[in-house]
Design a protein around this ligand. Structure first.
Ligand SMILES: Cc1ncc(CN)c(N)n1
Length: 225
């Protein structure tokens, strides 16, 4: 059996996950010192990011050529819409932000670039492109959630404990494993040239993950000119 795609790419993205974990936004969630306004920026930007991200799973479902693959994409879609986005809705309720305001958030420049890149790669290629484009998202957050959960007291933190709890949960870990299994199955037996294309998509979406944390930390939207 050939090497799993996720094992092959791990050395190339490990450093990106570590950089995301060390980012002051993420460290601030870990020790509870993150400014709530920065977190609210993440909350609103991420809600509209997830709406676009959910479309990837719908594209994957329609491009799938077997029922097992359709089921895996459909499971991922359900996870985004009803597991992850429930966390955002619950935080919004605590902050007094109406759901309509969340949904009407204007996507920042980085958010627009990231979701446009993912959707373009998903639409332009085969079903394996879709699986590559959605992988970094769940892998990076599950990595961060599990690392933050190791910090004593982080899971009980007043503001960020439920964030860390959700992204380190068995349910979210299972959704990430579903995404990993999908790309491993769809990349299996592909020639080196095609694997390199899939790797580039994962590395670039991984870098977008880092840029997204930075955008939220700086509360960036678009340049005012
Ligand atoms: C930007 C971003 N990346 C990843 C995830 C985790 N699905 C997220 N909610 N937002």
């Amino acid at each position: 059996m050939s090497e799993k795609f996720t094992d092959r790419i791990y050395p190339k993205i490990k450093g990106i996950w570590e950089a995301c974990f060390k980012h002051p936004f993420v460290q601030g969630m870990g020790d509870g010192t993150l400014d709530l306004e920065k977190f609210k920026h993440w909350l609103m930007q991420d809600y509209v990011y997830l709406i676009e991200y959910a479309r990837l799973f719908a594209i994957g479902t329609s491009k799938a050529t077997d029922l097992g693959t359709m089921n895996s994409f459909a499971k991922g879609l359900d996870g985004v819409l009803f597991v992850e986005m429930d966390l955002h809705r619950s935080y919004a309720k605590t902050f007094g932000i109406p759901e309509e305001d969340l949904e009407a958030t204007d996507q920042s420049a980085i958010n627009t670039a990231y979701t446009s890149y993912m959707l373009n790669k998903a639409q332009a290629g085969g079903v394996e492109n879709v699986a590559a484009a959605l992988l970094a998202c769940s892998w990076c957050y599950n990595y961060i959630g599990l690392e933050l959960a190791k910090i004593p007291g982080a899971l009980e933190g007043e503001n960020y404990g439920s964030w860390i709890g959700m992204y380190s949960s068995d349910e979210f870990t299972d959704l990430n494993e579903n995404a990993m299994d999908l790309i491993n199955k769809l990349a299996e037996g592909k020639p080196e040239r095609e694997l390199k294309v899939l790797e580039e998509i994962v590395v670039k979406t991984g870098l977008f993950e880092y840029m997204f944390w930075d955008m939220c930390y700086k509360q960036e939207t678009w340049p005012e000119i």
